[in-house]
Design a protein around this ligand. Structure first.
Ligand code: PMP
Length: 292
């Protein structure tokens, strides 16, 4: 089946899905994006993802390209046309096309909207979770506004390449004070030996407000688990009982080594797996509750 990409009002075949060479997303990284999970052909957590997209656009003074209901229709139609059952959906909005100039073009310049989707069986993530993943640490060399989900992803791409070179799946980035900020494309978590779940707070910054992170914090509170939103060091992570990461495409993924050092027993932690089960069950329930 031909893969279909939405570009500015038209659903195109892959080979025909093109944007202009002077698109500001291409020239300046002047674009924002979202990635939502898809389960059972339904979009999961659409509302918080579109909320975050609006916030990202607002912070960069990019006007919404269309009403939210229309964007929502594009998302649904892209999933349908690509017959995605389990996978993810990518939506990008750039400031549009204008003769190259650092200064923003007129706000009404047509924004560029691109949407595509991929199949990614949940079973693949489950198999990976059963083994757990390796992460490395690397200096966080990103700009300060990582709270904005922009397509300026060169630093995370370099971090992931560094991870791949040593057989790791993700890079945890470290700020100047030796604290872990987050993964290149995920939020970072540990369970201490004292039984406390820790993740870095949104304020004073240094991380993206992950949708999966928010969902998981709610579960942790509901389950009555001891938790704290605070910065943690690489040394604390190495000494943790368990470590894991969260994102829309991996849900909750156990981390079994950091820089080659085993975390806890060196196999996926029981709480990490329990939290993964909770998040996946909630996502599946959300899929079932949506009309066909
Ligand atoms: N941090 C960064 C830097 C990311 O790119 C992502 C993936 N979008 C996340 C955290 C996790 O966010 P979410 O749970 O919304 O996918």
């Amino acid at each position: 089946m031909a893969r279909i990409i939405y570009v500015n009002g038209t659903y195109r075949r892959y080979s025909d899905a093109t944007i202009h060479a002077e698109d500001r997303g291409f020239l300046f990284g002047d674009a924002v994006y979202e990635v939502c999970p898809v389960i059972g052909g339904r979009i999961i957590d659409e509302v918080p993802h579109l909320d975050r997209l609006e916030r990202s656009m607002g912070e960069l003074a990019i006007l919404a390209p269309m009403p939210r209901s229309s964007l929502s229709h594009v998302l649904r139609e892209t999933v349908r046309r690509n017959r995605i059952v389990e996978g993810w959906l990518y939506l990008q909005v750039s400031r549009g096309v204008a003769p190259r100039d650092f200064l923003f073009p007129a706000a009404r310049t047509d924004r560029t909207v691109v949407c595509f989707a991929r199949n990614q069986p949940l079973a693949k993530g489950d198999a990976q979770a059963a083994k757990g993943i390796a992460v490395i640490t690397t200096p966080d060399i990103r700009w300060d506004r990582v709270d904005i989900k922009s397509v300026q992803l060169l630093a995370p791409a370099m971090a992931k390449e560094k991870a791949r070179a040593v057989g790791a799946k993700e890079a945890w980035m470290v700020d100047r004070d030796g604290h872990i900020t987050e993964g290149a494309s995920s939020n970072a978590w540990i369970l201490t030996k004292a039984g406390e779940v820790i993740t870095r707070p949104i304020d004073p910054g240094g991380i993206l407000r992950g949708v999966t992170r928010t969902v998981l914090l709610d579960f942790i509170a509901r389950e009555g688990l001891k938790s704290s939103e605070r910065a943690f060091t690489v040394a604390e992570a190495l000494d943790a009982r368990e470590a894991f990461l969260t994102s829309a495409t991996t849900f909750v993924m156990p981390v079994v080594t950091i820089d080659g050092n085993a975390i806890g027993s060196g196999s996926p932690g029981s709480l990490s797996m329990q939290l993964r089960g909770l998040v996946l069950a909630a996502a599946r329930a959300q899929a079932h509750s949506q009309p066909g």
